[in-house]
Each structure stands twice: as C-alpha cells, then as structure tokens.
Design a protein around this ligand. Structure first.
Ligand code: BGC
Length: 718
C-alpha cells in the first residue's frame, strides 16, 4: 500500500477502532469462546476492542497464528491485520548462548547470524516482531537482567546492537518474509537500576546518560530498528513511559525516530505506583502524549482515550499519529497483502532446530565461552579418567531464563557432550549436590566417581531462575551447597576444572582459590554440551573475552573498566597512603577485568607503534602491533584498542574501547594488526553537552584486555 492509502484507511476508522489498534493482547483473547477469566479479565475490555485490536504478544506456531489472523480478519471491518510480536531473545527453537555470552564472543558476524537464524525460525512460525535487541548498558551483576545485555561498554554494545538489528531485519522487510522487525529496548537506562534491584529507580546526569547509556539504543535505531520499547524505570525522576524529554525531545525530535514505540509490560499503568499519575486516565494521558503508541498488557488507552479526546484534553491527531505509525509498520511488513506473511507449517518443520542451526549454535557457544583460569590442566587428554561432578553435570537447564520456546528436551547437556568424546570407562558422572542444597547420598556417589578419576570436572552455577527478569541477587557467590562441594572435592588433591553456568558475573570466592582451571560457559544454549566438550578436550580453543567485569566481591559494585581517575587515585607504589580512593579491605580492581580471557595457546604483543605522534582533523592515525602465537596450538585472539584523553572539559575515563579485531593464528604465526584513529574517536560530551573533540594529549593502548596494555602517547591538534 502507498502511504496515501494508509492515510485514507485511517480516515475510515472510527475513533474506537483507532484506539483499539493501540492495545496489545495475549493470544488467549482470540482463542476458544473468547471468554477471559483470571487476571486477564481485569483488562475489562469488550469484543469490540478485541476484534479491532492491533497486536498480539506471545502467540507462536504457524498454525496458531494463521488461525488467529484468519478469524480476526473475518471479523475486522476494515481488514486490518494483527501484528504478532514475541520475545525472541537469543533464538526461537534453536537457542543460542544468552546475549551476555554472545557479547563475550566479540564476534559481530556470528551475532548477526544468530539473529538471522532466530528470525528465520520465528517468521516461519508466524511471528512478525521480536522484542530484541536488549541493549541496556550494565555495570551491576546483582541485576538479573545483565544476561540479556552484551555488557558494560557503550561502543561494543552499539556494535552488537547494529549486528542484531541487521540480523533480524535484513535489508528489506517487505520482500524478505524470513526476517523480523526489531524492537530495541529498554529505552532508556534500565541497566542502571539502583542497587541492581529490578524495576528500581535510575538517576544519573544527562552527561552520563548520553555518553554511556544512550549510544547503543541510537545505534540500533540508526541501523533501522523499527520499534522502541520504553523501560520500567524513571529517568531523572520521570518514568520513561511518561517522560516527555526522553520520548519526544530525544527519541523523536533529536534522533528522528519515526517508528512505533511500545510500553513495556504494564508500564503505562505503572505510572500510578510510580506516583506520577493519580489514576488510569491520567496514566493513559501521559503516555499517549509522549508518543507511546502501543500499550502492552494494560487497557488504560482503550478505557480512557476516547473520553480524553471528547473532553478536548488530547487532540485526535495524537491518536491518528500513533495509529498511522502502527499501520505503516504493518504495511512495511507486507501484512495487508500477505497477512500470514512467513507463517508456513512445512517450512517450520524444516527449519526449526535443523542441523545447520544447531551447528551455528554450537559454534557461537564455543566462541562465547571464556577461559578464566588455567594452570595447565586444560585441555584434557583423552587418556585421562574424568569425574564429572556437580548440579550441572547432566542438567538441562542451560538455555537461560529468556529462551521462551526453547525446550530442555532438545538440549545437549555437558554429560552428553562429554560422552561423545570420552570412552565409557573413562567417564564417571555424579551430581554431588543440587543447586542450593545437598544430600549425603549425592556426596557418596560423587566420592565413588572422584576416587576412580585422574581429573575432576565440576559443573556448577545458578539455575536459570536466579537471573533474568526479577532475578536480582544481593549475594552473587555460588550457593553454599556448591561451595561446600568444592571444598570436599578439593580434599582428594586431584586437578579440578570448574565449568560455570550462570547469567551474571559472579563473586568467585570459594571457586578461584580451589580450581586449577575455570571455564565460564554462561547459559550456552541448545548445543552447550557439545561446545563445552569440544573446548574441554582441545578440539576447539577458547577465545571468548569478558564484556562485563567480574567483581572481586559484591562490595565493589559497580566496578567497570571505563571509570574515572578521581582526584585521589590510588598509587600502587605507595600502599601506605590512606587518604586515597580505595577500600580498606578489598582491592579496587575487579577479579577479572573487561576484555579478559585466556586461550590454550599464548599470544605475544610486540612492535606496537603509531604512524605519527601528532595528528589533526581529517587525518588518520594508524596504531599497529604484531601479534604472534607463541604457543603450541592454533587460536584466535581478540586484539583491543583503547584511548585515554588525558585532559578534557569534563573528567574523562581512564580508557575507552575504540576498536577490536579478531585474528586467527597458527603456532609460530604472527600478524600485524592495525587500527585507524580519526577525530571521531576523540569526541565526547562536554559540560554544555556538545559532542565534539578538542586538541590535547592522548594515549592509545593496545593489548589483549583492558588491563595488560601497551601505551602509545599521541597529540591531536585541531
Ligand atoms: C520485559 C520485556 C519483554 C516484555 C514482553 C517485560 O516484562 O521487561 O523485556 O519484552 O515483558 O514479554
């Protein structure tokens, strides 16, 4: 349809029909008798609203979606199809590692591919829009939702935001029905909830918001993300869902976003408990005025917007604008011509969880795993007898908390993965304890396994409910039962390899001292067990690097690499000085910093140099380094470039990631890795919030992580 036809269609709609477009309902409203009971009944909506509603959340499967759409269109006066939206976060049926793990791959191509595959599966199952990517910058591992993000760095998060958006949407949503429209979330700053407690307050300077938190949403939008979801939190005292400055001034006016904005689940009505709306009517008024087009899961719009228009409190044109944006999205997805779009039961059977998708999931799980420690016990030798102990030895709960339709039945567990490598008589499996408790019987079986083995692989972690939405924790250590298990196992004086399954950086006290090697597997997805077996036996070499710091302990949180120097930086030379920025009882540094991760081989960085030491606007400064594989195994290294701006108009971070490259090197091989720095890399928000560079002294840092870097000073003159 042409845009004019959409406008004509809009003219034909009654006010009631228009307002009904703005509600999003669950599939239950469209099934069976249509009678709604339970909590959903509190929406208090009638048949008229349901048969004119605009979108559905959480329907799945070609047959279900075609049925709903068909029945709906039979009753809808103007033939306006429904939009089907869902949370396809890291895969539909084939589940990839959680996004925080994908971040640790630093592999934008694989990330894009994972989104493309998710779109392919979900679109065949009839879905049109995914509530992804989640690009909230995160610094607090107590917050359970860090597993949905790619980490603590604005540049890296932005690159992933673009990669995921490209992967979901492809280049033409109207033509390519195997793609989904992407909805970037949660706008804005949700990752900064105070104390890491979900749904809590967010408050920060506009400088901080613009410099660190906003870039990744902007990146997704610039890449073409069709939708934006509001966040639950306040921003400068006003909840996002009713925040005029954020939703209008920044999103629409400054960034020019013309797509659809959806509230998060129930967030319009939550303006009441937030204390900025006295009732549902005022909540509806505030949200529609700032340009929230779709109300997810509450019904304040359909209850009150008509009245608000009749009372002249809001202009009908505001509702028209919202409806037009929704119609445009439906049109862009080609729904007026093809209301079932990609829904295809035959294709669904072919593509869901097909071998090719499993292979991609396995590959990404391999690249997402981070080797945190290794005294040389890894890789295992096929001649070693292995005791696989722990609550994750045969646990199918490794898909992560946001894997929706991913089925545990399709999971390859760690135990199953190891069985494909190790001979039966070389592998002894026992649970040892449960995630949070233990029995004597479990320990007796573990003991028998341990006694027969040369090496112990301890599979530990958090169950998926311990992270994700509403999954905040105050204590981010492993549960006590597992810490006790490590202690008991340690008594046998055999090498211990720990594999961690979890949704957040943990406080590793109790693990780090006792383990000879640690592999951080996160929630690795459907093919996790195979990927980990490949890594354990050295058929693959770990290459992942952390994109979120592992705190020394929870008392340091937030701890992140791109922090400021402060007026009293701790001088490591003068350990006696008291009046410096430090803790008396714990170090300032995290246990493992951003960018950190080991390999079975070693890489040496030499010949680091700059093409010149002074450069100016329109010039390029090249930074290069020779990276050599000095070990005995082929491997991939993630070479990182950071910059420090020594003097700024505002305090500038100690370093900021500006580039990274992955290089694959055979033993003895070396490659020169080069980065180009231009003026754009030196720009930042000044006191007056202008985004620009200034002349001065800088340091370029190059190396394998945010800590172990070679420093190369340079000067920039404008
Ligand atoms: C979450 C969103 C999600 C939405 C729909 C909310 O509770 O915060 O991330 O997209 O539910 O399922």
């Amino acid at each position: 349809m042409r845009d004019n036809d959409l406008k004509k269609l809009l003219e034909k709609m009654t006010l009631k029909e228009k307002i009904s477009q703005l509600i999003q309902l669950t599939p239950h409203f469209f099934k069976g008798s249509g009678k709604i009971t339970g909590p959903l009944a509190s929406l208090n909506i009638d048949e008229g609203v349901v048969s004119n509603s605009g979108s559905v959340l959480g329907a799945s499967g070609a047959s279900e979606i075609v049925n709903i759409q068909k029945k709906f269109l039979e009753e809808n006066r103007l033939g306006i199809p429904l939009l089907f939206m869902a949370d396809i976060i890291h895969g539909y049926k084939t589940i990839f590692p959680v996004p925080l793990a994908i971040g640790c791959s630093w592999d934008l191509k694989l990330a894009e591919k994972s989104a493309e595959i998710a779109a392919k599966e979900a679109s065949a199952a009839g879905i049109h829009v995914t509530f992804s990517p989640m690009v909230d910058l995160v610094r607090d591992p107590r917050w359970g939702r860090v597993m949905e993000s790619t980490g603590e760095d604005p540049y890296l998060n932005s690159e992933f935001a673009k990669a995921f958006t490209r992967g979901y949407q492809g280049s033409d949503l109207s033509e390519d029905v195997s793609r989904l429209a992407a909805c970037v979330k949660h706008f804005a700053g949700y990752g900064a909830v105070e104390g890491g407690r979900d749904y809590n307050t967010v408050d920060m300077s506009e400088l901080q918001l613009r410099e660190y938190y906003l870039p990744s949403y902007k990146a997704a939008i610039d890449e073409g993300a069709e939708m934006v979801m509001t966040s639950f939190n306040t921003v400068a005292g006003v909840p996002s869902t009713g925040n005029e400055w954020l939703m209008k001034d920044v999103l629409r006016d400054e960034w020019g976003f013309e797509g659809v904005v959806i509230s998060d689940w129930g967030a319009v009505k939550e303006l009441i408990p937030h204390g900025v709306a006295k009732d549902e009517k005022e909540a509806a008024y505030k949200a529609i005025l700032v340009g929230v087009d779709i109300e997810m899961m509450t019904s304040t719009y359909v209850q009150h917007l008509e009245e608000l228009v009749k009372e002249n409190k809001i202009k009908e044109s505001i509702i028209n604008d919202a409806v037009l944006r929704i119609l445009r999205l439906k049109n862009k997805l080609g729904l007026f011509e093809r209301p079932y779009r990609g829904a295809n039961e035959v294709l669904e059977k072919q593509v869901l969880l097909c071998q090719q998708h499993r292979n991609e999931a396995r590959n990404l799980a391999t690249k997402s795993t981070v080797l945190l420690k290794n005294t040389g016990v890894l890789p295992l030798k096929i001649t070693q007898k292995v005791a696989l102990i722990g609550p994750f030895a045969e646990n199918r709960d490794i898909l992560g908390p946001w894997s929706w339709l991913g089925s545990k039945d399709d999971v390859v567990t760690l135990g199953e993965g190891l069985k494909t490598k190790a001979h039966d008589s070389f592998l002894f499996i026992a649970k040892g304890c449960d995630i949070e408790d233990s029995t004597e019987e479990e320990w007796i079986q573990a003991k028998q396994a341990i006694k027969q083995a040369d090496v112990i692989v301890l599979a530990l972690g958090e169950n998926s409910d311990m992270s994700g939405e509403a999954g905040s924790r105050g204590n981010i250590k492993l549960p006590d039962a597992q810490l006790q298990l490590i202690k008991k196992v340690k008594q046998y004086k055999k090498p211990i390899v720990v594999i961690l399954f979890n949704g957040r950086p943990l406080d590793l006290h109790g693990v780090i001292e006792n383990a000879d090697a640690i592999l951080e597997a996160w929630f690795p997805g459907t093919e996790g067990g195979n990927a980990l077996a490949d890594l354990l036996y050295g058929d693959e070499n770990p290459s992942g690097k952390l994109t979120m710091s592992f705190p020394y302990s929870a008392g340091q949180i937030p701890v992140y690499y791109n922090c400021f120097n402060t007026g009293r930086p701790k001088d490591v030379q003068d350990a006696q000085e008291r009046y410096v920025s430090q803790y008396l009882d714990i170090p300032n540094e995290p246990l493992f910093p951003f960018g950190y991760g080991l390999s079975y081989t070693t890489f040496q960085y030499t010949d680091a140099k700059l093409s010149k030491v002074n450069f100016t606007t329109n010039e390029t400064l090249a930074v290069s380094v020779r990276v050599t594989n000095t070990g005995a195994m082929s491997g991939e290294e993630i070479v990182q470039l950071y910059i420090r701006d020594i003097i700024g108009d505002v305090a500038r971070p100690l370093k900021e990631l500006k580039g990274f490259k992955k290089v694959f090197l055979n033993p003895g091989e070396s490659k020169i890795v080069t980065f180009e720095i231009t003026e754009k890399h030196l720009k930042y928000h000044h006191q007056n919030l202008n985004f620009k560079s200034d002349s001065g002294d800088f340091i370029a840092f190059i190396g394998p992580n945010s800590k172990d870097l070679i420093a190369l000073p340079f000067r920039f003159e404008k």
